[in-house]
Design a protein around this ligand. Structure first.
Ligand SMILES: Cc1cc2nc3c(=O)[nH]c(=O)nc-3n(C[C@H](O)[C@H](O)[C@H](O)COP(=O)(O)OP(=O)(O)OC[C@H]3O[C@@H](n4cnc5c(N)ncnc54)[C@H](O)[C@@H]3O)c2cc1C
Length: 304
């Protein structure tokens, strides 16, 4: 261990891990090690860490890893994974919730249902964290997180905390113009009073629809590509005769052609080969270049 790492270990103890395998931090269950994995226990500790790091390393933040493919060579920088201390829900006023960025969308949706808060039902279908949902502007069934957002609190890579108002952030389909060099810490969300039974019914209906149209209990990161304007990516993929193709143990789900699956024993390289193959086939057939919804991070084994 070099002197910088010894000092980091001394200061941050068990919250810092070197060469931690990242596969268990992604829904694909794939990926090599992070040079440094840091699990801050508080905003103050995260600020201290970032100030000490002083931008000397590449940094990324991982949420629940339900939208991220980590390459086989791992990430040769710092991965920040917010600890459970960032998972909380506070009712600030009758109509405003403050939610820690590490809170799972499903946890928030259940809390809202129990407390008769409407319009958060769609979050019950998304297996990510609130930080990830904001970064991705995640949504389904006609709703997305930007519709209920009031503001966010974030820390930049130099350790400075800033609050962003919803009106100052642009959100679009599966993305935002928030700077890349920030870690979302918490969000204030709109809480509208609703009828508990209706809310629970809506959640049940969404869950049923998801079960019918999407695979479950598999290693996937959900939709691989964004839907092009007025088109469905899954339909384009299906009609381009890609469905039966596999690379190693990476294949396309039988139930949803835009869900790519690690059948067990795939590599991230297999998934990327499948991505490139499908993109090429759809381009040949439709002259449409599919954009990734998935985030890919890290280095390939050959380059790494
Ligand atoms: C079975 C399945 C179904 C899905 N269904 C849907 C769906 O219906 N609708 C939908 O929109 N998505 C869906 N997804 C995709 C995924 O769940 C969402 O994109 C989710 O919001 C990602 O959250 P995460 O915490 O897992 O993010 P991660 O995958 O960990 O990260 C995604 C991006 O967000 C960034 N990020 C994460 N946390 C923070 C933070 N605190 N601060 C700053 N940046 C951060 C990461 O750096 C990365 O760029 C599905 C995925 C699966 C596996």
């Amino acid at each position: 261990m070099n002197i910088e790492n010894i000092n980091l270990k001394k200061k941050f103890g068990k919250n810092i891990i070197f060469d931690e395998n990242l596969s268990r931090y992604s829904w694909f269950n794939l990926g090599g090690p992070a040079k440094i994995l840091f699990k801050p226990q508080s905003v103050e500790e995260l600020a201290d860490f970032l100030k000490l790091l002083n931008n000397s390393q590449k940094i990324i933040c991982l949420g629940a890893g339900s939208n991220t493919l980590i390459r086989d060579g791992g990430f040769s920088g710092v991965v920040i994974k917010l600890s459970s201390k960032f998972s909380y829900i506070k009712s600030l006023k009758e109509n405003i919730l403050e939610v820690g960025a590490g809170t799972l969308d499903k946890t928030l949706s259940s809390y809202a249902a129990e407390n008769s808060i409407a319009n958060l039902e769609f979050l019950s279908c998304i297996p990510g964290s609130i930080g990830g949902a904001i970064r991705m502007n995640s949504g389904c069934y006609g709703d997305e997180i930007s519709n209920i957002l009031i503001s966010i609190k974030a820390i930049d890579f130099k350790g400075k905390v800033t609050e962003f108002d919803r009106k100052d952030i642009q959100f679009f389909y599966r993305g935002t113009n928030l700077p890349e060099n920030i870690i979302i810490l918490s969000a204030k969300l709109q809480a509208n009073v609703g009828d508990k039974n209706l809310i629970k019914e809506k959640i049940k209906k969404f869950s049923q629809e998801k079960k019918e149209t999407q695979p479950s209990k598999i290693k996937t990161c959900g939709s691989t590509f964004k839907n092009p304007k007025d088109k469905k990516a899954w339909e384009l993929i299906k009609n381009s005769n890609c469905n039966l193709v596999s690379f190693g143990k990476a294949r396309i789900s039988n139930k949803h052609s835009n869900f790519f699956v690690n059948e067990g024993g795939a590599t991230s390289e297999d998934i990327e080969k499948l991505i490139n193959f499908v993109r090429q086939k759809v381009f040949e057939k439709y002259n449409i270049k599919l954009d990734l919804e998935l985030k890919i991070i890290g280095e390939t084994l050959r380059n790494g």
